[in-house]
Design a protein around this ligand. Structure first.
Ligand SMILES: Nc1ncnc2c1ncn2[C@@H]1O[C@H](COP(=O)(O)OP(=O)(O)OP(=O)(O)O)[C@@H](O)[C@H]1O
Length: 242
């Protein structure tokens, strides 16, 4: 059996004030799109930052493609957590070339990857536009292109559909389905339960920093199931505070 693309055990990081992530066991396996859903402040971004080594856990450990974070091969990871990284003075193509080279591609391969992803995410007309002149949605597409163009084995995207128009949502969905079909483990967070249900193989619910259950992407009323889980967890916590 292949190792999970991402595996976390007992992951905890609490901030002053008590918010954070508590004792999370979590994995993303090869070939799946795993969605993380939760209310504002539930801990989705914090968990993703911990999984990517952007934040150090108080306890627990993460493995990427079977390797501990400190020896992980980051050239096989693609992520977009928080603001898309783009150099405002560089145009779309130059930004993507830079990202491709940082992921280890030589100049020829990088140029091919960039052409392909510009087509895949319908960004070709912005290839020569400076990033700082792009709309929010097109900057988001650029960030997603940089995260996906090298066909990473591990993909982590925090609320990737934010700022995307409906056409962008569909293009992203298709791109993620292709990456997963090629064997990537894909983790996405979202507030859009319907969109997530369309694309995810597995949906994990996080609330107040803990994993509290899963939702069936093919379930009939996923919104109702989500709120039932959250409500039950909130009620339980009110009765037995930490
Ligand atoms: N650096 C920090 N210092 C203190 N508290 C923090 C820090 N980062 C996050 N938090 C708190 O941790 C909790 C989880 O935040 P996080 O950003 O992970 O939530 P989220 O599920 O991604 O929310 P949203 O859907 O609003 O993006 C929140 O209460 C937040 O205020």
């Amino acid at each position: 059996m292949t190792a999970p693309r991402i595996e976390a055990c007992g992951l905890t990081r609490l901030f002053s004030g008590g918010a954070g992530v508590r004792g999370v066991d979590f994995d993303v396996i090869a070939g799946e799109i795993h969605a993380l859903v939760g209310l504002n402040g539930a801990g989705k971004t914090t968990l993703m930052r911990l999984l990517l080594g952007m934040l150090r856990p108080t306890s627990g450990a993460v493995r990427i493609d079977g390797r501990p974070l400190r020896t992980a091969d980051w050239s096989t990871v693609g992520h977009l957590v928080e603001t898309p990284l783009a150099y405002g003075e560089l145009d779309g193509r130059a930004n993507l070339m830079l990202a491709a080279r940082l992921h280890g591609a030589d100049a020829n391969r990088a140029a091919r990857m960039v052409d392909d992803v510009l087509t895949e995410l319908n960004l070709a007309q912005y290839a020569a536009v400076r990033a700082r002149r792009m709309s929010l949605g097109n900057r988001q597409r650029l960030g997603l292109a940089a995260a996906l163009q090298h066909h990473p084995r591990v993909v982590v995207l925090d609320e990737p559909t934010n700022a995307l128009d409906p056409a962008g949502v569909i293009l992203l969905r298709e791109a993620l389905v292709r990456r997963a079909a090629d064997g990537a483990g894909v983790l996405v967070s979202s507030h859009h339960l319907d969109e997530v249900a369309r694309v995810a193989h597995r949906i994990t619910v996080i609330n107040a920093g803990r994993v509290i259950g899963t939702l069936d992407p093919r379930g009939v009323d996923i919104e109702r199931s989500f709120f039932a889980l959250v409500h039950a967890d909130d009620t339980h916590r009110d009765r037995s505070p930490l």
